[in-house]
Design a protein around this ligand. Structure first.
Ligand SMILES: C[S@@+](CC[C@H](N)C(=O)[O-])C[C@H]1O[C@@H](n2cnc3c(N)ncnc32)[C@H](O)[C@@H]1O
Length: 410
């Protein structure tokens, strides 16, 4: 095997997520150009002291060592390079670079840990008392759950042995109403009613127990029981309000999302027929207020929410449970695409490149994937407008809003 070489390394090259783009550093480079950081000999001037005590151990927030303006500049630069955008609008900052994250999934570990997955490990949990990007109520929920677990000596999940009772604590918060839900995911019977009482005392709007038999490393419950309160939250975006179940997708940073929606509305102008693929609980379609709205989404709970949200906001629309790539009728004036991080199904991209409508509004949380898709979509569309919105401060991630228009014939 080829030995690792000691040489100059750059941020993008390494597994050392804790490097800054402007650092000059030395490290080892091994197979497939993968690198390990040894020392930063000329630090990026945009470096700051990371405020979180779990920084470097916890798998989240790996950009805390960069000033917020530098994070924004690096992210925007990356997106514009990936998408070869000619007009580079400055990125829109998150209204708050901390305390913004509305949903967290905390894991239980085999030695009584409750926290986030440890940086670079699939089977180790980094215990935390709180999280600087989540709301303060998470701290109270963490403390109550930890006390309850200890009192009953309940074993957390051992990912290697695939044994244990407690798997995750999912916390979901509404940024506008302050309501919050706690969902305990367990692999067997646990005294969950007592936990529900403790969390309700601390202000939980609803507490649910999800029972899971699958040993998969993701939340896939067989059944869900409401233990106290209600199983939905209310969120507001501008003049609209939305109900959302704990299973439905909702953007992690609603105040930043509102800025994106306002820009989308400005770019789209009045719309006659809108098709919203990957519609979630219906936010984008309902916000753009077309005369005729169709939403398509694969999670049934989200579609139930979308239908209720249309009624709640006195809007009309037809929302269907289906895979976006199986939806046959693409006839519309504006097609909205907002797929998960993995991007659109290649079948859908191929169809759009052959027979897509006049205008696409693409909302992407993975601009690298979008850049790959643009190689196919580019046969039919040109990128007319691009604007980045920072939904994920303290991390390298960014959201991009793109307006694509049909290329002129000839
Ligand atoms: C990034 S979210 C966007 C949701 C919504 N547009 C919003 O802004 O809140 C992606 C959504 O696509 C849904 N989804 C994932 N794969 C899908 C597929 N193949 N077909 C339809 N929906 C899918 C997810 O459940 C999720 O609600």
């Amino acid at each position: 095997m080829k030995p690792a070489r000691l040489c100059e390394i750059t941020c993008g090259q390494t597994d050392a997520r804790l490097m800054a783009p402007g650092d000059r550093a030395r490290g080892f480079v091994g197979k497939r150009g993968r690198g390990w950081l040894l020392e930063v000999h000329h630090p990026d001037p945009a470096r700051v002291e990371p405020p979180c005590p779990h920084y470097g151990h916890c798998g989240g927030c790996s950009w805390q060592h960069l000033s917020y303006p530098a994070q924004l500049a690096y992210k925007a630069e990356t997106v514009h390079r990936l998408l070869a955008a000619e007009s580079a609008l400055p990125p829109v900052a998150s209204p708050s670079p901390w305390l913004y994250r509305t949903k967290v999934e905390l894991s239980f570990g085999p030695c009584g840990e409750l926290g986030f997955m440890r940086q670079g490990r699939w089977n180790q949990v980094c215990p935390v008392d709180g999280c600087l990007i989540g709301p303060p109520c998470n701290q109270a929920a963490l403390q109550a759950t930890r006390e309850w677990q200890k009192r009953h000596a309940l074993p957390g999940w051992d990912a290697r042995a695939q044994t244990g009772l407690l798997r995750w604590l999912v916390l979901r918060h509404s940024s506008t109403t302050g309501q919050w839900l706690a969902v305990l995911v367990a692999q067997g019977e646990v005294p969950a009613a007592e936990l529900a009482g403790r969390l309700t005392e601390r202000g939980a709007t609803g507490v649910l127990l999800a029972r899971q038999s699958s040993t998969a490393g993701a939340v896939k419950p067989d059944s869900v029981e409401l233990l106290s309160g209600q199983d939905e939250l209310i969120e507001r975006l501008g003049e609209l309000s939305f109900e959302l179940s704990w299973r439905s997708f909702y953007q992690a940073n609603p105040p930043a999302y509102l800025r994106l929606l306002q820009t989308a509305r400005e770019w789209a102008g009045p719309v006659e027929r809108l098709l919203d693929l990957y519609c979630g609980i219906g936010t984008i379609g309902l916000f753009l207020e077309p005369n005729q709205l169709t939403g398509v989404e694969s999670v049934p709970e989200a579609i139930e929410n979308a239908r209720a949200n249309a009624l709640r906001n006195q809007r009309s629309g037809s929302f269907e449970v289906a895979a976006a790539e199986e939806w046959t009728d693409l006839d519309c004036d504006l097609l909205v695409l907002d797929p998960p991080r993995s991007g659109c199904h290649p079948k859908l991209i191929k169809r759009l490149a052959a027979e897509g409508p006049q205008t696409l509004l693409y909302v992407s949380c993975n601009p690298a994937r979008l850049a790959e898709e643009m190689r196919v979509l580019g046969q039919r569309y040109r990128l007319e407008r691009l604007q980045c919105f920072d939904f994920f401060p303290q991390t390298p991630h960014i959201e991009a809003l793109c307006l694509l228009r049909l290329k002129l014939a000839g």
